[in-house]
Structures are given as structure tokens and as C-alpha cells.
Design a protein around this ligand. Sequence first.
Ligand SMILES: Nc1nc2c(ncn2[C@@H]2O[C@H](COP(=O)(O)OP(=O)(O)OP(=O)(O)O)[C@@H](O)[C@H]2O)c(=O)[nH]1
Ligand SMILES: [Zn+2]
Length: 347
Amino acid sequence: MSRRKLTRQQRWRVEKIQAERTERASKKDERDSERLDAGEYGTERPGRVAAHFGRSLEVESVEGDQIRLHRCHLRATLEGLVTGDQVIWRQANDDSGVVVARGERHSVLERPDVHGQMRPVAANIDQILIVVAVEPEPHPNLIDRYLVAAESTGIPPVLVLNKSDLLPEEGGELRAMLTRYGELGYPLIEASARGEQGLETLWTQLAGRTSVFVGQSGVGKSSLIDRLLPDETLRIGALSTDTRKGKHTTTTARLYPLPLETAVDGERRGDLIDSPGIREFGLWHLDERELAEGFIEFRPYLGRCRFRDCRHRQEPGCALLDAVERGEIHSQRFASFQRIRDDIAAS
Ligand SMILES: Nc1nc2c(ncn2[C@@H]2O[C@H](COP(=O)(O)OP(=O)(O)OP(=O)(O)O)[C@@H](O)[C@H]2O)c(=O)[nH]1
Ligand SMILES: [Zn+2]
């Protein structure tokens, strides 16, 4: 569609609508402060953002073994909350409420918006589960891209090899390749969404933590998530779908509680944050510095090349090339680094 200029009348209408909106929002906020002052809201309670729609939120609150969702709105002073944020909220006479404060974030997952600006999409994630599968066969470059993107967030990645039911008896090349990542210190879980293989290990990994599943299409993320989420969660989801009136339902990230058994020592249970945008995590532009830093075994050598602006191609005195030569850095990881860097340079 060609972008034509708005006529004066259209512009006037748009401005009028925006002004009305702003006024409505500020009036609502005044009313809320009055209600807060008048004590119409209950005491301050902790909660967590389960989903986010404009200035309206779903807040998860844990009440004993129960998890309840409350439709809340934000005080005008609060902005930029995302799914996974810890909040302080107060309940109204009904099930709804108002969010009055946001807690510190220990991690943020970002993705580029339409202008290429990085924007937060979820907060307080404890681990990124990078799902690969026997089929479609993962390219080492792709795994490395995911790992670099994860390293740049500071959120620990875990590799999950799904469809292990399709692995050849002796494990084949794929297992050998993945073992290398194990040697670098990345946890590796072999699982199958069909059958029970590896699911126990996966449960243990998920317990007490907030996780996201990422990975290329067809590796079985949906299948794994379906296995993990209890019916109860789907019910909570269904309930909120009705109240959401179909707005932004497909793109917003949502927090899903895992079964009670994933609570460690009776503390908080594990949960998942999922959305189409999160699943595409890491498949965007990386910069060169992030790239080298994201290969964790390169870190001790960075800044040690003879030339400060070393590109690690064939410069003499290159600390990385020397480390590859001595076998301290695996040649395949180094090849992967070069390949991704060349892609970046070409883009
Ligand atoms: N043999 C086998 N097949 C699996 C397993 N997990 C998933 N599949 C199949 O793999 C295909 C893709 O699974 P999905 O769960 O849709 O994959 P996805 O990663 O969610 O894909 P996108 O939605 O495109 O991102 C489906 O046909 C699944 O039935 C598994 O552990 N073993
Ligand atoms: Zn170098």
C-alpha cells in the first residue's frame, strides 16, 4: 500500500482521537489515585507479568498452590513492563487490580523492532533452551549463532537435542558434534517429545527456573512444550483468551506455569515464557565484537593479538589463530566464527 499524505481533515481526526485517548488515560489515572487514596484497593502484593497488552496486563499471583491471573492496569508513571517482570500490585474489590511498581530485572530478552532498535520482550529469564533435532539436521553455524546471541544476553543457554528417538544406535556425527559443546561447558540434554526419553532430565533442568525454548522451525519446540505444560495451564490460557478479545494475541509473550512438581523445596515452580517472536530469538544481526565475545573459549585470547585491530584472518601474532594451531580452540568453532563474521561483513 502506498503511503499517501493524510488530508487535513483526517489529520485533525487523528489528533482529536489521540487527545481524547490521552485525556481518558489521565482521567483514569486520577480516578485510580483517588481510589488508591480512598483505600478501595487491597494491600500491596507481589506478582509477575504473565502477559501484556498495551496499558493492560495480566498479573500472575501465587496463592498457596494456586496460580491466579488478574487483569491489571498500570499507573501512568509505569512504562515498558514486559512479560516476566516482577511487580507490586493491589487488588480491587473484584478480581482486577492496579500495578504500582516494578521490581529489578536480573535479565532481559530483547529483539529488534521494525526499525532495528532492540526492544525488551521478556524479563527475568533464567535459561535459554536451544532446541536442535536429529532432523532438520542442525548446521554448526546455526547452533553457534544461537549460543552467541544467548551469551550476549548473559542468560545461560542449554542445548536440547530433541527427536533422540531418531538417533542412530551409535549416536552418529551429530552426537559427536554436540559433545564438543558439552566440553565447552554447555549443558546438553537428549530428549524426545515422543516417548519418555530424557524428559526426566528436562524436568529437573526446568524446575524452579523461568525458561524459553528457541530453535529453528520443525525441531519440535511446540511438541516439547505440549508435553510439559499441564492441562491446568491451558485452561488458564483459555480463560484469559476470552477476556483478551483477540487483541495482539499472537505476538505477545506469555508466561506459563509448569506443574507444581517443578517447585524446588516448596519454593517457586518452574515456568516457560513463549511467543512466536521469542522462538525466533537470535536469528538477527549480530555485531562483530559480540560475535567474538560470544564464543566463550575465545575470551581468554581476545585483546592479546599483536595488532590491536586484528581481524583474526591471517595476521601474524594473532592470539586466536595461534590457539587454533595449538589445538586450544577447536578448528570447527573457529571456522564457524569466520563464516558468521563474513556473513555479517557481507550484510
Ligand atoms: N520422531 C520425533 N518427531 C518429533 C519429535 N518432536 C517433534 N516431532 C515432530 O516434528 C515435527 C515438528 O514439530 P513441532 O513441534 O511443530 O516443531 P516446532 O519447533 O514447534 O516448529 P515451529 O512451530 O515451526 O517453530 C512434527 O511433525 C512433530 O510431530 C520427537 O521427539 N521425535
Ligand atoms: Zn587476532
